[in-house]
Ligand binder design. Structure first.
Ligand code: TRP
Ligand code: SF4
Length: 348
C-alpha cells in the first residue's frame, strides 16, 4: 500500500480489505454529484463497482447531503448533475436490477442514524479526520466551519452502517472515513449491544489514473478525459499528455516505468502491445505519438461503447426517475429496519 499521509498524521489505523472477497456480502458506496465523470472514476472505481455486483448486494447512491456540506452556498449545479450521473452509471454497467441505486436525501433514515451517532461520538474523533483540515485548507473562500462539515464522516458512517455493509469500495483518500466508521460501530456496539458489523475499505490496486499532466486525474486539475469526450477530443488531450521527460528528442530513449502514458497502456493495451511499445521506447525505435496512438485507440473504443449505451438510456426520459424511485423503496426497507433495531438497542 502506498504511504498514507493521513494515517501518520492522525494515528488512525487504516484497514485494507481484499477486493473481490466473497466475504463482502453487502457493499455500499456513494458519489457526490459534482459534475462529469472521467477516466479516473471509471478505472479507479466504477469498473470495480460493476464487478462487485456479481459478488455482493450492492448499494450505490448519490451523496447529495454530502455535497451540501461543501456546496451549500450554491446548490444549483448539484441537482442538475444527478441525472447525468445516473446515466453514466448505467452506461458503464451498473445494473439497477442487481444494485440498489438511490439518492441519499430520499432516505431520511440516514439522517436519523447520523443524529443517533452524533450523540455518542466525541468531537475530537471528527476533528482529527485528515480530510477535515485538508479540505478546509484547500477550499479557501468557503466557510467550512459548519457543524455539518465537521460531521461529514459521521454521516458517511451512517450511510455505510445503515445497510450493515462489510465492504466499502472507495479511493485511498476515503480510508480514514471507513476507519472512523469502524470505530463508530465498535462504540455503538459496546454501549448498546451488537448491532453493526465493522466494514472494510476496498481499495482497487493501482487505481491512481494519471491525467494528461501526469498528476492524479481530477476535474479540478483540468487534466481529465471525460466519459463524454468524443474521439477527436480524446486524441487531442492524450496526444499532448506528458511523457518520460528523458525523451526530449525523438532519438532519446525513455523508460516506460517513468511515463504516465504507460500507466494508461497498463489499463488499456494488450500484453503484446505493451511489450512492443516498451521495447520501442527503450530503444527510441518509436516516437511518443506512435506509442500513444496504440493506447488512444482502446480508450476511444471503450468510450464510444459507453456513450452509445448512455444514449440508449437517455432516450427514455423516464429511466432515471424510475430507477431512483425503485432504489428508494428498496433502500428504505433495509434502512428503516436498521434504524428500528438501533433505536430499540438505544432504548428509544
Ligand atoms: N465521502 C465520499 C466521497 O467524497 C462519498 C461518500 C458518502 C461515500 N457516503 C459514502 C463513499 C459512503 C462510500 C460510502 O467520495
Ligand atoms: Fe512514454 Fe510511450 Fe513516450 Fe515511452 S514512448 S516515453 S512509454 S509515451
Amino acid at each position: 500500500m502506498p504511504e498514507n499521509a493521513g494515517e501518520q498524521r492522525t494515528g488512525l489505523k487504516v484497514e485494507l480489505g481484499v477486493v473481490s472477497s466473497k466475504l463482502c456480502k453487502v457493499v455500499v458506496s456513494g458519489t457526490r454529484p459534482t459534475g462529469a465523470l472521467h477516466l479516473g472514476h471509471l478505472n479507479g472505481a466504477l469498473k470495480n463497482w460493476v464487478k462487485l455486483q456479481d459478488e455482493a448486494r450492492c448499494y450505490f447512491f448519490i451523496a447529495d447531503w454530502h455535497a451540501l456540506t461543501t456546496e451549500y452556498a450554491d446548490t444549483a449545479g448539484m441537482s442538475a448533475s444527478i441525472e447525468p450521473l445516473v446515466l453514466d452509471w448505467l452506461a458503464v454497467g451498473l445494473d439497477p436490477e442487481r444494485s440498489v441505486i438511490f439518492r441519499q436525501s430520499e432516505i431520511p433514515e440516514h439522517a436519523e442514524l447520523h443524529l443517533m451517532f452524533s450523540m455518542i461520538i466525541p468531537v475530537p474523533w471528527l476533528e482529527r479526520v485528515p480530510t477535515y483540515k485538508e479540505q478546509q485548507a484547500q477550499l479557501q473562500g468557503r466557510d467550512l466551519s459548519t457543524y455539518g462539515f465537521l460531521g461529514y464522516p459521521l454521516l458517511q458512517a451512517a450511510d455505510i452502517l445503515i445497510y450493515k455493509a462489510l465492504g466499502v469500495p472507495v479511493g485511498e483518500d476515503q480510508l480514514p472515513h471507513v476507519e472512523l466508521t469502524r470505530e463508530v460501530a465498535r462504540r455503538f456496539n459496546r454501549l448498546y449491544g451488537e448491532v453493526f458489523p465493522e466494514p472494510k475499505g476496498l481499495v482497487v490496486d493501482g487505481a491512481r489514473v494519471p491525467g494528461t499532466d501526469g498528476r492524479k486525474m481530477s476535474k479540478s486539475y483540468g487534466n481529465a478525459v471525460a466519459l463524454s469526450d468524443d474521439a477527436g477530443t480524446v486524441y487531442e488531450k492524450l496526444a499532448r499528455m506528458v511523457t518520460d521527460t528523458r525523451r526530449v528528442r525523438r532519438s532519446d530513449p525513455g523508460d516506460p516505468a517513468d511515463c504516465p502514458v504507460f500507466k494508461l497502456h497498463e489499463i488499456y493495451s494488450s500484453e503484446e502491445e505493451r511489450a512492443e511499445v516498451s521495447a520501442g521506447c527503450r530503444s527510441a525505435g518509436i516516437g511518443c505519438l506512435d506509442c500513444k496512438k496504440v493506447m488512444i485507440k482502446h480508450v476511444v473504443e471503450e468510450l464510444e461503447a459507453i456513450q452509445e449505451r448512455r444514449a440508449r438510456f437517455a432516450s427514455n426520459p423516464a429511466t432515471v426517475s424510475e430507477i431512483l424511485e425503485a432504489g428508494r423503496e428498496r433502500a428504505r426497507k433495509v434502512a428503516s429496519a436498521t434504524v428500528s433495531e438501533a433505536k430499540a438497542a438505544m432504548g428509544l
